[in-house]
Design a protein around this ligand. Structure first.
Ligand code: SF4
Length: 221
């Protein structure tokens, strides 16, 4: 069994799952808010917190930045770690409101390295969160690495799953064309695959990657 190429992995997932049209948000600012709320939390819980914010008219960077932290934390309670996330969301919202007129899609006007450095300087914004915003809100061609990506990398023996974030990101970006639409859909395919089949305890029966998977070939189902 030889490791699959990344393009083969993507093509098989796309064929099995269809185009995903991600990220699940209606506006770039909603997308950026979701990128903070989804840290260490399932998306279903994020959706409840997002509905709270929407109901309170708070899907707006300036209003979020100006809201007292304890008031914001109450809205975020369903997403878990709500006090921490309230502080992080206010910091990101202040950055967006002060420097981008509240619109994270304006990061598209900056060179990628500069936009990434600006986001990473915001307290609570790590690489995965920054790259999600850069890719999904601003359309920059940068591959997002998350826990699901590491799981798939390990099971298909694509790379060292414990490698530093930027090493893995670089691995994807070197092997694939620099194409934001491809990175957008590939990351979405990985997330859907991890939720539907490649769980911690995987359901390998109908997996399109099964013939090339170290875990499945070992008989784990
Ligand atoms: S065969 Fe199983 S473990 Fe391997 S990628 Fe598919 S779902 Fe995951």
């Amino acid at each position: 069994m030889s490791p699959l190429g990344l393009r083969q992995v993507y093509d098989r997932l796309l064929h099995a799952q269809g185009p995903q049209g991600w990220w699940p948000a209606e506006t770039p600012v909603e997308m950026a808010i979701g990128a903070i709320l989804t840290q260490n939390t399932a998306w279903t819980r994020v959706e409840v917190a997002m509905a709270n914010l929407r109901g309170a008219g708070l899907l707006d960077a300036r209003r979020l930045a100006d809201l007292p932290t304890d008031v914001l934390a109450k809205h975020l309670r369903p997403s878990g770690y709500f006090n921490l996330k309230a502080r992080r969301l206010k910091a990101l919202a202040a950055f967006l409101a002060d420097e981008l007129d509240g619109d994270p899609s304006r990061l598209a006007r900056m060179p990628l390295d500069q936009a990434r450095a600006r986001l990473l300087a915001v307290p609570g914004v790590g690489r995965e969160t920054a790259d999600s915003i850069l890719l999904y809100a601003a359309g920059h061609p940068i591959f997002v690495i998350d826990a699901y990506t590491r799981r798939l990398v390990e099971r298909l023996r694509l790379a060292d799953p414990t490698a530093p974030y930027d090493d893995l990101r670089d691995r994807f970006e070197r092997e694939l064309p620099r194409d934001a639409a491809l990175y957008n859909d590939f990351h979405a395919q990985i997330v859907i695959h991890a939720k539907d089949r490649c769980r911690k305890k995987p359901r390998c029966q109908a997996c399109p990657l099964r013939p090339d998977c170290a875990v499945a070939s070992g008989g784990t189902e």
